[in-house]
Ligand binder design. Structure first.
Ligand code: FAD
Length: 535
């Protein structure tokens, strides 16, 4: 039969209303001792010098020492002697101040092998407040530590591998926070002159991929080798990156996900700098482009010559035609049939010549519109004209907006137009008397429009001629080492009209000439509306 006893005899007749804790309910005799004996954690009770007075079963299981072998021995028998001295000093310093100590010690099993002990030691005080005993509780955490180390080592290994990868790698959580990045990505900060390059890349990719971005994200899929062009402008050439991304879900390891799955989505993005490869491709492309443009210029020049000739023939024909009409209006008696006949023959010959010339004008082949990157074709024009600008001592200030929406257009025609306008600027500055020679080209988006501004420091165009310069065969230039047919801006206007855009000279600009061009982005292009005039 179990005898009911209270925990302490002093608590039995405690007066009501005192601060004393409530009396412990009566427990079966020996329950405390049995609880300690069976507790699944190694427990040792020592005197105040750490000499062992009692051990439980788990102590034997963990250390290998039986009661017989350990009682009377000092706890130091468990020391592996690798634990640094200062750990023991701290342990004893705590205990001397009657403060429990918690920490990790390297212990030696009875059989000689080491194990890692997670230990709590607390002083046990008598009624006078003196430490009479210590209770030590420990568990073997060798396996937990090994697994933890494995995770840490694996993380370190992954970080080292990711860090040494030549491709910029970023792991981003769903809030846009960078969870992991590598050295190659960190280098972008200085190379691209951006505080957080990821923001720009995400913006460009999302703009480029449109709805597809959201669809891939929702399905936990990814994209591969999307090319992104980043043009910082100035003396920095454009940079190209091949971007790949993968979305995946992962628990975040917080305790609230212990029983309930709460996955978060991440984006792993790699940005491979393919600028050199692109430069090589561009060189090949430029050579082809040069040949193509030379051919197109030849055709354009032939077209201008023929139109010029027609223009010159048309003048006298108009005069003769007017003369004939006047003669015909006169009375029959005053008419000179022979002269009229000659006039008819001359007019017919003239019209026939005009017709022949018209038939000789080369046809422009119909090509379909495609997505055009205005920054890219302006950059191509600059490269094509670099030699001319260098020999004319012209400094170029190229300021593109790095993210420019695509324009739906005829790439070759737009390139020829921009080249024409830049050549006009070069010619204007190449005239004698122009000391400051600066060409500024900038681009920027504005809602559904793309703006291009080309400024030079030449003599400029008088305000009265701002519209006239677009007329065929009108030219303000004579020098500059080039033949001026007065058809360049007419062609530019024609190309702009084809693209439902706007071109104008800024009358408020007085430091040279400023051409302002507006083109519609591919999104606006489908509406078929003309852009509003800027400024
Ligand atoms: P020291 O640290 O100098 O210890 C030698 C012995 O001197 C001590 O064991 C103790 O008997 C005595 N001593 C030293 N300083 C004081 C002091 N300020 N007050 C009273 N006595 C002192 N160590 C382990 O390595 N593994 C364990 O699992 C472990 N469990 C312990 C459990 C309890 C309850 C206590 C009280 C101590 C325990 N220790 C344990 C500490 C252990 O007593 C030793 O301090 C430690 O092992 C280092 O031993 P040492 O021979 O290198 O030298």
């Amino acid at each position: 039969m179990t005898k009911e006893v209270s925990a302490t005899s002093t608590e039995q007749n405690k007066p009501a209303g005192t601060d004393e804790p409530p009396a412990v309910p009566k427990l079966p005799h020996g329950l405390f001792a049995e609880t300690v004996r069976q507790a699944p954690i190694a427990i040792a009770i020592t005197d105040n010098k750490a000499n062992i007075a009692y051990i439980n079963k788990a102590f034997t299981d963990i250390t290998g020492y039986t009661s017989k072998e350990s009682i009377g021995c000092n706890q130091s028998m468990l020391s592996h002697k690798q634990t640094p001295r200062k750990v023991y000093d701290e342990l004893w310093s705590n205990l001397e101040q009657q403060i429990p100590w918690r920490g990790l010690l390297l212990n030696r099993h009875r059989d000689g092998f080491p194990y890692l002990a997670e230990l709590t030691i607390a002083p046990i005080l008598n009624l006078e407040g003196e430490t009479t005993h210590f209770i030590g509780m420990h568990r073997d955490i060798t396996e937990v530590y090994r697994l933890q180390q494995q995770v840490v080592d694996q993380k370190l290994l992954i970080e080292t591998v990711v860090d040494s990868m030549p491709v910029a790698t970023i792991l981003m959580d769903e809030t846009g926070r960078i969870v992991l990045d590598n050295q190659a990505y960190k280098k972008f900060h200085s190379d691209l002159g951006l505080r957080e390059p990821l923001t720009i890349f995400l913006e460009i990719l999302q703009e480029d991929m449109g709805d597809e971005w959201g669809q891939l994200k929702n399905q936990g899929l990814g994209f591969r080798n999307r090319e992104v062009r980043y043009d910082r402008g100035g003396k920095h050439g454009p940079r190209w990156f091949s971007c790949s991304g993968t979305w995946f879900s992962q628990g975040d390891g917080s305790v609230d996900t212990f029983f309930k799955q709460n996955a978060h989505s991440y984006l792993l993005l790699t940005l491979d700098d393919i600028t050199q490869q692109k430069k090589n491709e561009a060189e090949i492309r430029f050579n082809a482009l040069k040949a193509l443009m030379a051919e197109e210029e030849k055709i354009q020049s032939l077209k201008e010559t023929l139109l010029g000739a027609m223009h010159h023939i048309q003048g006298p024909i108009n005069l003769l035609s007017a003369a004939k009409t006047m003669m015909e209006r006169r009375g029959a008696e005053r008419q000179n049939p022979a002269l009229l006949d000659i006039l008819d023959q001359v007019l017919a010959a003239g019209e026939e010549s005009l017709d022949r010339l018209k038939q000789c004008i080369p046809e422009v082949e119909d090509v379909a519109m495609s997505m055009v990157n205005i920054n890219q074709i302006l950059h191509e024009c600059i490269v094509l004209l670099t030699q001319r600008m260098l020999s004319a001592g012209i400094v170029i200030d190229w300021k593109p907006t790095p993210i420019l929406p695509m324009v739906m257009g005829l790439e070759n025609r737009l390139r020829a137009m921009f080249k024409q306008i830049i050549e006009n600027a070069i010619d204007a500055m190449n005239q004698s008397g122009v000391d400051k020679r600066e060409l500024r080209i900038s681009t920027w988006p504005d809602g559904e429009l793309v703006h291009v501004c080309i400024e030079d420091t030449g003599p400029g165009i008088p305000e009265s001629l701002n519209f006239k310069v677009f007329e065929p065969f009108f030219s303000t230039k004579s020098g500059g080492g080039r033949r001026h047919s007065g058809m360049g801006l007419t062609m530019a206007q024609e190309v702009i009209n084809q693209h439902m855009g706007l071109i104008r000279f800024d009358p408020s600009y007085h430091y040279g000439c400023r051409v302002h061009i507006q083109l519609q982005t591919h999104a606006q292009h489908h509406t078929g509306q003309r852009p509003y005039a800027y400024g």
